[in-house]
Design a protein around this ligand. Sequence first.
Ligand SMILES: [Zn+2]
Length: 129
Amino acid sequence: MGRRVSNLILRNKKMVKCNNCGWKGIEQNLEIFFEDGEYGDGYGGKGCPKCKTDEYLMDFYPKPCDTMYHVFTDNKDEYIVDKKEAIKLAKEWGKDYGCSRIYEQKEWNEDEGVFEDGDCVFSIGNFPM
Ligand SMILES: [Zn+2]
């Protein structure tokens, strides 16, 4: 489980966010700043364009889409963005294997770059193995 999501995440570049002001962007958009030596290490660096510091910067993975549908049956699963396609596949698998489920995934974990499991929105037969 999760292979297709990780493929999707790999295509999705890691980005940087500032936990102080909420700024988000790619590393290239960080601003070079200088420190006076009173605070920080005195060498400056690349930081948030608004806060002029790297103190609050964190890596994160941007959400690739609003909602993802996790379709699965016995020993098989797919992650699909389009709900109609997800239902079509779940119905096919329901016929072929006697069971299928769709879980709607909306909650995105920025730190891990993965969708959290959501509600079951479609089901045929027993719970897949
Ligand atoms: Zn900031």
